[in-house]
Ligand binder design. Structure first.
Ligand code: SAM
Length: 203
């Protein structure tokens, strides 16, 4: 199966709210986004946002230029049906992040549990060149991955784990680390997953 169908199946099999990464309220992401002090018309993108409720919260906070990108059309359609009429206020982009051609530049790029699937150095290089092409000067980059003592796999796929130091080294020049947060994410089945969040400013 291709990558898009793999993820479509994960969303179909587990249903709304059943996927291991599900959060009612993405509190850690929201805390870091608030710290960016963005204007309400700033362009924000949630990369690999899937069916996350982050976009619901950002709409409620008054942001008017919101994009959600995902490789899974099923994930995007779950989010759109949940938002009903509000879905019209969001740009939904079905794309593979490693080959994404951004239609605009962004003041904030948010990625929770997507970059960590890139176990191949070439894919990480492609992702980072997309980030650099897509971000405005002094833009904000928030990346959350499994922490070094987190699980080895996510959604049955191998992942790469990061602490802040390793993320700084992986991103290379051009990003200044502002803040890190540690989350013990509680999965729907009650098990814990340790996430590491990093907030960067583009320099
Ligand atoms: C573990 S889930 C996290 C979803 C969301 N960020 C959250 O925190 O709820 C990973 C998401 O990344 C998407 N994804 C995986 N590989 C991708 C790729 N190469 N390009 C774009 N999206 C991808 C999947 O469809 C899925 O929605």
């Amino acid at each position: 199966v291709d990558k898009g169908s793999y993820w479509d199946n994960a969303y179909i099999k587990k249903g709304v709210g059943g996927v291991s990464w599900y959060q009612d309220s993405p509190d850690y992401s929201l805390r870091l986004i608030k710290a960016c002090r963005l204007k309400s018309d700033a362009a924000l993108i949630d990369v690999g946002g899937g069916a996350s409720r982050l976009v619901d919260h950002l709409l409620a906070m008054g942001f008017t230029n919101l994009s959600v990108l995902d490789i899974s059309s099923e994930a995007l359609s779950q989010a759109r049906s949940r938002l009903e009429a509000d879905a019209e206020r969001v740009a939904w982009l079905e794309a593979d992040i490693t080959t994404f051609d951004p239609p605009q530049s962004y003041a904030l790029w948010h990625d929770r549990a997507v970059f960590h699937f890139l176990t191949d150095a070439e894919d990480r290089r492609r992702y980072l060149s997309v980030v650099k092409a897509a971000l405005q000067p002094e833009a904000n980059l928030i990346i959350a991955t499994f922490a070094p003592d987190g699980p080895d796999r996510c959604s049955d796929l191998p992942i790469e784990k990061y602490d802040a130091e390793k993320m700084v080294a992986t991103l290379g020049n051009g990003f200044d680390l502002q803040e890190t947060l540690s989350e013990q994410h509680v999965r729907p089945d009650g098990r814990l997953q340790h996430f590491n969040y990093c907030r960067f400013k583009r320099v």
